[in-house]
Design a protein around this ligand. Sequence first.
Ligand code: NOJ
Ligand code: NOJ
Ligand code: CA
Length: 714
Amino acid sequence: MDLERRTLLKGLGLTTVGWAGSNAVQAQESSDLAYSTQEAGTVGSTVNYTDDVIYQIVTDRFQDGDSGNNPDGDLYSSDCSNLRKYCGGDWQGIIDKIRDGYLTEMGITALWISPPFENVTSVDADIGTSYHGYWARDFKDTNEFFGDMNVFEELVSVAHDNGIKVVMDFVPNHTSPSTADNSMEDGVLYDDGDYVTSYSDDPDDYFHHNGGTDYSNYEDQIYRNLYNLADFDQQEAYIDQYLKDAIRSWLDKGIDGIRVDAVAHMAPKWQKTLMDTIYDHKPVFTFGEWFLGTGESNQRYYDFSNDSGMSLLDFRFGQEIREVLREFNDDWEDFWDVIEETASQHDQVIDQVSFIDNHDMERFTVAGEEANTDLALAVLLTSRGTPTVYYGTEQYLTGGNDPENRKPMPSFDQSTTAYQIIQKLAPLRQSNAALAYGDTQQRWINSDVFFYEREFGDNVVLVGINRSQESYDISGLLTALPEGSYDDQLDGLLGGFGTSVNGDGSIDSFSLDPRTVCVWEYTGNTTEPALGHVGPTMGQTGHTVTVSGEGFGSSAGSVQFGSTDAPVVSWSDSKIEAEVPALAGGFYDVTVTDTDGVQSDAFADFEVLTDDQVSVRFVVNNAETDPGESVYVVGNVHELGEWNTDRSVGPFFNQVVYEYPNWYFDVNVPAETSIEFKFVKIDGDGNVTWESGSNRTYTTPSDSTGEYVGDWQA
Ligand code: NOJ
Ligand code: NOJ
Ligand code: CA
């Protein structure tokens, strides 16, 4: 925790005391403690996006609001006929489209914009330009073709005034391409205008120099270059600090969320230190891009989502909905399998960011098949997770792989069916908590028809879809909707109709026409504490967390981490801010108890970090293993598993930076702490071999990074 904040908390008496005092005191304290720059009440929570709809914009391709900042010459394609060049779109254009109502009337409540920082300005005949923003030169300055810092701040403030959060894309994996013929800028890095290094002349090894990855394994992906992009060594102290300083400076500009590029290509535990930096400075919802192809899934993806402190783009959902409603290779049973898999694999499936397409895959819409896009949007916007709509999907923009999927916005027509679907369903995510927090239940399924229900507290949403050209008789449908009549929330846009529910929760048989979606909803009055969400899901003592749900009551009860009461900062029926109490590092269940003493279900395993986190590279030499065995580290602090080998950290790597029988792993540990640990070998069956000798000791650095090197103690 930074000193300033610790002092602030102490000044307010909030590090040690719990909830006390009048509403006046409460209001005073919460405004003093507010992290965000927006006026209270204009935008939703920066740490809970489950009731939002994100709209993803490729800044260069949305709207040119200021032709004065367009590049000259070879960088620029004025009619955007060359999709690899800059086309003129900018932050002023986004501001204009917020002000003219196009975005607000669609109902979206967050924007995800292209990386905003200064990029290289060279042009390569094949790979083009940095119009997409992923080729940074200086992470502390703006991309001049998008605007200067004043315009960026204006974008944030206009967005906030209109109830819209701003999510920025962050790219801590790399700078830019270092090409063989040096057609680009050799991955050059600047620090707020000052030259730092470039890929071919990198005396301090700020970049990895291990060649390009062949994606053969996790280590190879992390410690070798992605394509020819100059790959940061985040374990170098300067780079570690540079990237963390950079993200803090953008947080200070008022951003509300972060999308992290290429998270499968950076050390996972270094990223955990990045998340600790973000949460210690200004907690905002953060989600990473771990690309998965069609049908692809892997345990590391889920482990990262559950351990790193950030969420992931929901590629499992995105790829599967495309198989069911675009390709028609899979059916609803397959979709249900993915819903079940993701619900059980993610600790918090509602925090994953769902989508039907994005700038790295063919657009969902196929010319002539626009109705499939409509069906997919209806499912996306009523499913678990935070939905993201890729710009232009509401205009049925088509296009194959990059850069064809990044064409300019063709029009801003507010009457398309797709636009209206978003307009009707986005507000429902805010008014009916079942869409934000509810589980997904299967109510009726065959290959073409799927009825699924979301339920939370006393709220219910039932959605039915028929993707086929046939009518189906639906009999035996049961629901949690109370007895009564319900209108279609899409007002018949996709052929839907109203229904009646009997006293026993049954719906009389009916016929569901081809290509139809019905959305029925009941907004209840939840009177007992129903805990829907905690954000962030990890933090240090004294950090503020937001607990969301319903039925907490209008006057303050209590919040518990395990059995310890947490200081309450603010309290309303649906949202509580509380501080992580003084606890040892570990996992704690969070519960809410109202003034009648009724306790909510637990939010499982909030992770209390021991202190500020720093990344230390643990190296153990001469550790010979039997086939199937790997090396791990286990030690006396929470971050090292507290001597519990089930929680030991690894498996270590042994191919790129150091080679077998030498092993290494970059690990988040508490700063400025004297730690004790040992290396262990663990085989595929979980058998543990401890090294001998006494415990190793090491004092971790106060900030930046560290390295510990030792020989295996046979
Ligand atoms: C994934 C991004 O989404 C993609 O567009 C980009 O080119 C690569 N990462 C490299 O930054
Ligand atoms: C756990 C102990 O606490 C630690 O000190 C010891 O080195 C290992 N077990 C191995 O015996
Ligand atoms: Ca422009």
